[in-house]
Design a protein around this ligand. Structure first.
Ligand SMILES: Nc1ncnc2c1ncn2[C@@H]1O[C@H](COP(=O)(O)OP(=O)(O)OP(=O)(O)O)[C@@H](O)[C@H]1O
Ligand SMILES: [Mg+2]
Length: 213
């Protein structure tokens, strides 16, 4: 990965929220479709690469972003160097981001990357997973694609433990009728360090691999 630090102005096409991309695509729908394809391929690739020894560490997390989106974005896998806000939430200050990321992944390492969770009650797994997910949601380390890469990361952990990927169901829909949605849960994570709502979503979405789905 290069040492070059990307500024926000290097990321977006002027006057839009569309990222500058290697294919020079200026059409939002086409870009989103390509992102969706790349993410789908990434699920296949990374699930196939899982082995008992896989360490879900910081390098692994960054490599998910890098390898999934490198063909499209020059900043894939690079942490942001500017502060970022969504709605009324401010994510981790860019100045603290590298240390904060290290702290989170050190904690995750202490819990052996949740690799023992196949033997735990589902509630305990959901709680620890939602806790670490809430920390990464508040970190928001990349300029874009944080939600998808964070969910991919935790899906790989659930799959490693013999579960299927987490089914967030309606919570991921952009639907104001659904009130316990992923964004509301994220707001609690970022603004109150509270992962209770997210834990509910995770617990509801954990299913035991192919056999039950
Ligand atoms: N108002 C908010 N407050 C707190 N967190 C938020 C807010 N809006 C979005 N988020 C978090 O930011 C993530 C979106 O980040 P980003 O746009 O970088 O990734 P994405 O992959 O495009 O997102 P997604 O697919 O989840 O919409 C969401 O998944 C959520 O966790
Ligand atoms: Mg986005």
């Amino acid at each position: 990965m290069s040492k070059y630090q990307f500024q926000q102005s290097d990321i977006y096409q002027p006057g839009t929220d569309l990222p500058i991309n290697r294919l020079d695509i200026g059409d939002a729908e086409i870009l989103h479709e390509i992102e969706a394809q790349l993410l789908l391929q990434a699920y296949e690739t990374f699930v196939l690469e899982l082995v008992a020894e896989t360490r879900f560490d910081e390098a692994y997390f960054q490599s998910l972003h890098q390898r999934t989106f490198d063909s499209l974005y020059g900043w894939a896998g690079q942490y942001r160097t500017q502060d970022m806000v969504k709605g009324s939430s401010m994510f981790c200050r860019a100045a603290f981001l590298p240390n904060e990321a290290q702290r989170i992944f050190k904690e995750l390492e202490k819990e052996d990357y949740l690799r023992g969770a196949a033997l735990w009650p589902r509630e305990r797994f959901a709680d620890r997973l939602a806790y670490f997910q809430s920390e990464l949601i508040a970190l928001h380390p990349f300029y874009e694609l944080n939600g998808r890469i964070t969910r991919l990361f935790f899906d790989l952990i659930t799959i490693h433990n013999g579960y299927g990927p987490i089914d967030y169901g309606l919570a991921l829909r952009d639907d104001p009728e659904v009130d316990n949605n992923y964004i509301r849960a994220s707001i609690d994570c970022v603004q109150r360090a509270d992962h209770a709502l997210l834990r509910e979503l995770v617990l509801a979405g954990l299913s035991s691999s192919e056999s039950e789905s």
